[in-house]
Design a binder for this molecule. Sequence first.
Ligand SMILES: Cc1cc2nc3c(=O)[nH]c(=O)nc-3n(C[C@H](O)[C@H](O)[C@H](O)COP(=O)(O)OP(=O)(O)OC[C@H]3O[C@@H](n4cnc5c(N)ncnc54)[C@H](O)[C@@H]3O)c2cc1C
Length: 459
Amino acid sequence: MPKTVVVIGAGISGLTSAFLLSKNEIDVITIERKNSVGGSIETHIENGFLFDRGPNSALETTPVIAELIKDLKLEDELLYASKQANKRYILRNDQLHALPTSPPAFIKTKLFSGKAKFRLLAEPFIGRSKDGYYQSLADFVTRRLGKEFLDYAINPFVAGVYAGRPEELSVKSAFPKLYALEEKYGGLIVGTIRSIRERKKRAEVSKQSAKMLSFKSGMIALPEAIEKYFGNKIFLSSEVISVDRQSEGYSVSFNKDGLTKKVSCDAVLSTVPAFAAGDLFIKFDPDFKNHADSIYYPPVLVYYLVYNKKDIDQELDGFGFLIPEKENKNFLGALWSSVIFPGRTSEDKAAFTLFIGGSRFPGFVNEDRAELLKKVRTEFEALMKIKSNPVYSSDRFWEKAIPQYNLGYIEHERFFDEFEKKNPGIFISGNFRGGISVGDCIKNAELVANKIKSIINSP
Ligand SMILES: Cc1cc2nc3c(=O)[nH]c(=O)nc-3n(C[C@H](O)[C@H](O)[C@H](O)COP(=O)(O)OP(=O)(O)OC[C@H]3O[C@@H](n4cnc5c(N)ncnc54)[C@H](O)[C@@H]3O)c2cc1C
């Protein structure tokens, strides 16, 4: 008899594991609360404009992405970001400054003061902190690189990745590779040089050099292709309400069309967000819910704007810009969506995706939404020197957007590791373990699928 695995949640984590397990002749049933697949991946097409309301792209940091694209016959759909998208801007004093990517550009840039540049030279001589795992990203960066680098490089960067704040994020959990550079090599500059050499030997791709991709019909193409592969083995509009141990394996109960249904299985893989996992697993360990519920997911508002190109005076030659908290604006930054993936709009239009809120400004939920969008639009149009109204706009509110790997996250990581050991056959995955990016979710989905295969196939 083939073994059966129930996957809870049809976001990219659940779907990738389900697909990889199914390729290994394991019977997989995926159960999803919403009436569509993708989870945080959502593509909205209206009036000919394509608005990716969740992730706009993925970095090809794992070979599993290329395997998925090949297996699912998505090669013709694949889009790589344009070369221009390598250029990124940061706002300082209402001016967009290109992020320097070479030593001469770093010396010339006005993004950092002479003092801040000089401070970087001290980095190799700074020792490790005694705080170990309990250091915020802000403390780590200030100690190693100085305050200005924190304010004008790291603060906007983490707003772009996590919609987070460096004062709250744990350096060890949120940026494990950065932390490891200090741990392993004693410093970031020496560590970066040596790890580039080592990565070359292992033929690995770093996040900085990984290719950025999407699909012609938007990010949703990948989850939808996996859905097509499974057909009716994905139950949509089905909310899992309980997981129970049976004499052999587990049963999973879910509500569908007003009825409660139950399936039996050899293993359960949960990929639901932490705040939804607490109630499902509390009966296996009362501490589960405490850990899961204390993971913070700030709200984010995504705002999509399209303008006639002729009305924009700012040169459109990059990925977009990020805004440091010190600059006191009402949004975190903007992607220049139609520069990153040209062809998304006609030649005469330009599309932008703006992000509002996150841990920096979660209180926006109490503001009048229309007023807030107006304020953001006014700020954006002034920075981009735009002289007219948008020809199209749309927005998407995420009440609980992205898990923050905050200070003390190591306790949650250790708890979930132990929980899986104590409850063989239950696997806890999703973007609150092992990284929030689509690439990390796919990488972890493969690791989890391999773990499940080895456990359920062992005698
Ligand atoms: C606005 C935004 C922008 C982002 N931008 C980027 C980006 O540009 N690049 C990038 O790499 N990453 C980005 N991310 C992060 C990335 O998209 C997510 O971390 C990733 O898609 C999460 O996938 P997941 O499968 O782990 O979780 P989810 O996508 O959250 O999927 C979990 C699924 O579980 C389902 N579920 C919940 N409860 C139940 C239940 N009881 N029963 C059944 N199903 C249930 C949910 O409906 C959901 O479909 C962004 C995220 C957001 C929100």
